[in-house]
Design a protein around this ligand. Structure first.
Ligand code: ADP
Ligand code: 5GP
Length: 197
């Protein structure tokens, strides 16, 4: 048969590069687990979000977040440059759309570390995404981790714990739950979920 078609060969559904969303309450260990996984597997691509939150000590612009002003965030939203965005505990956070789509189009798996509201928005706009929930071993341990991190003022911790109750109640909406008892074990399990190719 003459080769008349142009463009890419259709990718079988089970080999499609996958978008993975990791969510879970603040302080459960999302950043720690992702950082551990990427130390071992730097090829796993993580989307860098924009946020109006101020950087914590050690956080770098363009690495941990794009730290933007309220006006800059307004523009990103108005120009449709965010795949999703949400307000969380007094700050806005959003996923830059272009970088994620470019990565998926080039056949690479993509990992987003975003809050529950963001996870729900991604599920609506990209139903093929897999949603992974990171759960704490217990409520007391979550409080210990969030407080022990020492990066938030007491009133911010209170807001984040209030959000955590809502997030924990939504666990059943996710495809998979990983319990963060051991960073190494969870990082390995997450890697297996992200790298489906
Ligand atoms: P998140 O990104 O979900 O807000 P972090 O990654 O900042 O949470 O982790 C919050 C705190 O919990 C940090 O001090 C981190 O070192 C600690 N932590 C993370 N995972 C574990 C774990 N499996 N066991 C004990 N402490 C942990
Ligand atoms: P933190 O301030 O602790 O870095 O993040 C607070 C919350 O915002 C976490 O639940 C984190 O996953 C979430 N978050 C980070 N980036 C984004 C994003 O781009 N979109 C949404 N919806 N949430 C995000």
């Amino acid at each position: 048969m003459a080769a008349t078609s142009r463009g890419t060969t259709p990718v079988p559904p089970d080999a499609r590069p996958r978008l993975t969303v990791l969510s879970g309450p603040s302080g459960v260990g999302k950043s720690t687990v992702v950082a551990h996984m990427r130390k071992v597997h730097p090829e796993v691509w993580l989307s860098v979000s924009a946020t109006t939150r101020k950087p914590r000590p050690g956080e770098k612009h363009g690495v941990h977040y794009f730290f933007v002003t309220d006006e800059e965030m307004d523009k990103l939203i108005a120009n449709g440059e965010l795949l999703e965005w949400a307000e969380f505990a007094g700050n806005r956070y959003g996923t830059p759309r272009r970088a994620v789509l470019d990565r998926l189009e080039s056949g690479e798996p993509v990992l987003l570390e975003i809050d529950l509201q963001g996870a729900r928005l991604v599920r609506e706009s990209m139903p093929e995404a897999q949603l992974v929930f990171l759960a704490p071993p217990s409520w007391d341990e979550l409080v210990r981790r969030l407080t022990g991190r020492g990066t938030e003022a007491p009133e911010v911790i209170e807001r984040r714990l209030a959000a955590a109750k809502v997030e924990l109640a939504a666990e059943a909406e996710f495809d998979t739950t990983l319990v963060n008892t051991s960073v190494e074990d969870v990082a390995r399990e997450l890697l297996a979920l992200v790298k489906v190719l």
